[in-house]
Ligand binder design. Structure first.
Ligand SMILES: Cc1ncc(COP(=O)(O)O)c(C=O)c1O
Length: 380
């Protein structure tokens, strides 16, 4: 007699209910608190969150905004970027690193990325600097970060602003300095999938520059004077954070290290299990000790087949990012073509994000690794 085992439960990718398990009451408390205090936008809870992030990063100023994209937007506006200006930024990244530049009327000048970190390559960045370059805008991606010390040296030598897109990097330490603290200004995102996700969109700017911080504060609120209502010094934006979001994030932030520890352990478990599959599958660079693990992204041969195979096993995966920025229709006017940034293009063909978040059920990483092993080794 044969017994049939019940099928293993699937492994969803975003899995919002597990990510936020136990947090529903905190969301409701945050709503009640804000409502009962009669404070809704840019009030005491937002100020408290700014103080906490400044404390955590050691930045002189933290300015809360409505999203990570909003953070980049107000920084680039505060720097006065406009038509004729160029910003060197990676060809492989989330759209915000380039779209926020283009929205200023400035030109995103793409540079290729490093194959192992998927982040802006220092040599390529230097080669892309021209007499019109005003800023470097590198991004942290997945579990990795660019060569921030090298980029800071380049920015200093060429008198460029360095805007650190550490949207996914809150809590990381790079070369002994917290993420966000390596350049003119840094940004964080609290999008729900990030290591500290909010109850919706939210972001933060950090900087040591007093004048920049003041301008960013104005720009997030229509360029309005910081004391006088309806007096507008600049043409600004509505990029304000609300009190409900801040109240919720004030409860989440103290758990950052705990969340990061679990994320690092899960990433290491994947690395340990999957490293032997090289060269069919390459794991992210190990040594997660001081890094912020956001998404766990492998480089896979036969990626589409692997993705489909895993889907058949109930394992959800996501492709970050299927098209490099220079080939996006939104940037067609820049006149790039295939072959311009070969590493970015290769990563767009190979990258695959596996499920990873602190609420994963025990055994889920092993289940994913077993399935990947079966795919490449052909054993069923
Ligand atoms: C590298 C990078 N930069 C910027 C952002 C923008 O953050 P937000 O979604 O909060 O606007 C993201 C978000 O996914 C990101 O991954």
């Amino acid at each position: 007699m044969t017994t049939t085992l019940p099928p293993a439960p699937g492994v969803p990718y975003f899995d919002w209910s597990s990510r936020y398990e136990g947090w529903t009451d905190h969301v409701l408390t945050a709503v009640r608190e804000a409502a009962e205090s009669d404070e809704f936008i840019l009030k005491s809870r937002v100020a408290a969150l700014e103080a906490r992030v400044a404390e955590r990063t050691g930045a002189a100023h933290a300015v809360a905004v409505a999203s990570g994209t909003g953070a980049l937007t107000v920084i680039l506006a505060a720097l006065g970027l406009g038509p004729g200006d160029e910003v060197v930024t990676p060809a492989f990244s989330f759209i915000s690193t380039a779209s926020t530049v283009a929205l200023r009327g400035a030109r995103p000048v793409f540079a290729d990325v490093d194959y192992d970190t998927a982040c802006l390559d220092l040599g390529a960045a230097e080669a892309a600097v021209t007499g019109n370059t005003r800023a470097l805008l590198p991004a942290y991606l997945f579990t990795t970060h660019p060569d921030m010390a090298g980029l800071a040296e380049l920015a200093g030598r060429r008198s460029l602003a360095l805007v650190e897109d550490s949207a996914v990097g809150l809590g990381a330490t790079v070369d002994g300095l917290p993420a966000g603290r390596h350049g003119t200004a840094g940004v964080f995102s609290f999008f729900p999938a990030k290591p500290i996700g909010g109850a919706g969109d939210a972001g933060m700017v950090v900087t040591d520059d007093d004048a920049l911080a003041r301008d960013v504060r104005m720009l997030r609120n229509h360029g309005q004077d910081l004391n006088v209502r309806f007096l507008h010094h600049k043409v600004g934006f509505n990029a304000r954070m609300d009190e409900i979001t801040a109240a919720f994030l004030l409860r989440r932030l103290p758990r950052l290290d705990e969340f990061l520890t679990v994320r690092r352990e899960l990433a290491q478990e994947y690395n340990d299990r999957l490293a032997p599959l090289a060269p069919d599958l390459l794991t992210p660079p190990g040594g997660y000790g001081d890094r912020a693990v956001y998404t766990y992204v492998v480089r896979a041969r036969r990626r589409e087949e692997l993705k489909e195979f895993l889907a058949g096993e109930g394992i959800e995966t996501v492709v970050y990012y299927p098209k490099p920025l220079h080939l996006q229709p939104a940037f067609a006017h820049l006149g790039h073509q295939e072959g311009d940034f070969p590493v970015a293009e290769r990563l767009a063909r190979e990258c695959l994000a596996l499920p990873l978040h602190p609420g994963m059920r025990p055994g889920a990483v092993a289940q994913v690794a077993d399935a990947i092993e079966r795919f490449y080794r052909g054993a069923r």
